[in-house]
Write a protein that binds this ligand. Sequence first.
Ligand SMILES: [Zn+2]
Length: 396
Amino acid sequence: MIRILIALLLSTQMAAAQNFSALARVDPSRTAIKSDGETLVIDLGLSQPVPWRIYTLADPMRLVLDFDQVDWSALDTDTINQTEQVTGLRAGQGGDGWSRLVMPLAAPLGVSRAGMRIDDVTGAATLVVSAAPVSAELFAATARAEPGLPARPAVPSAPKEDGPLVVVIDPGHGGIDPGALRDDVVEAELMLQLAREVAEGLNRAGGIRAVLTRDEDIFVPLAARMTIARAAGADLLISLHADALEKDLAQGASVYTLTEEASDGSAQRMAERHGREDLVSGLDLTGQDDRVATVLMELARAETAPASNRFATALVTGMREAGVRLNSRPRREGPLAVLNATDFPSVLLEAGFLSSSEDRSTLRSPAGRAAFVRGITDAVLTWAVEEEMLAPLKRN
Ligand SMILES: [Zn+2]
């Protein structure tokens, strides 16, 4: 019975992912821009989830939402523009492949929360954004210059059937969220560099296709990371971080898997830093308000959690054999939101601590990162063969 339920759930999710290639439509009945004079709240109803990003631009000040891609034809921008903070609203297709919603701002605002909720029953998505007043200085510092706008990400249109093993590499943080900072080293930048090198190593290994949740220094909300992973047909997600602790004690790599509770003080700090991420409180991909869906999710998680744990074990072994310096407790657990997916296994790799000068120099050196690439690639290959997701390869 449990197996049938899980199969049903997974096939529903796969169907949703396959519809990804169809154009999403805006739903005006679930779309509104509201304000209490301070906080601006934007609800945007969509027929299905799509990759998206949010940023601000200066001169003139505006808040921009990009989607890949949305049919705006049902949207009457005159009827939903109802606040003094947004002085007009334009929806259209950018020349760069993004569908764009531009909101000119009367005063500087900063995005405080952004998340996409997906209804498990209907598959419809709602993007909820909150923006609050910020100083002109902060707005100028975080607004992105027009020429620096990233190109449209390559998001595959449908999951594979018998294609390569899809490994999603998720470089933590980015854009307005730099993560940990120490000595001019920025966690978001360093993890992007590591992610690109890991992806290259995986793609070279054969039988594996690596997909990045971001390939530039941009803010990608957690829900969008999950949407990208699902759309790519993820078989595995590896989230990359290197945090900093107040005291220069912790060092070495550790691998986290999901639990409801933090297993120790270090896991508690990780959860505090990363559990909330950018999720709008009470909103997440699991549709918690739907009791049936929640039960199904728990059952599905019961399937993916052991696979996550087996990969975490393989990853510790792979890194150790590749010469990566490990934390004294390399296997950890914590309530980390990025590990919340139920339909594919996921782990969070704390590649080291930016608060440790030794970890910092290891992660900044090509040789140090190469050891991670070897360790991760070997772990993925070993794990995938044992899970019978990949045929044993003859490797040199
Ligand atoms: Zn981090």
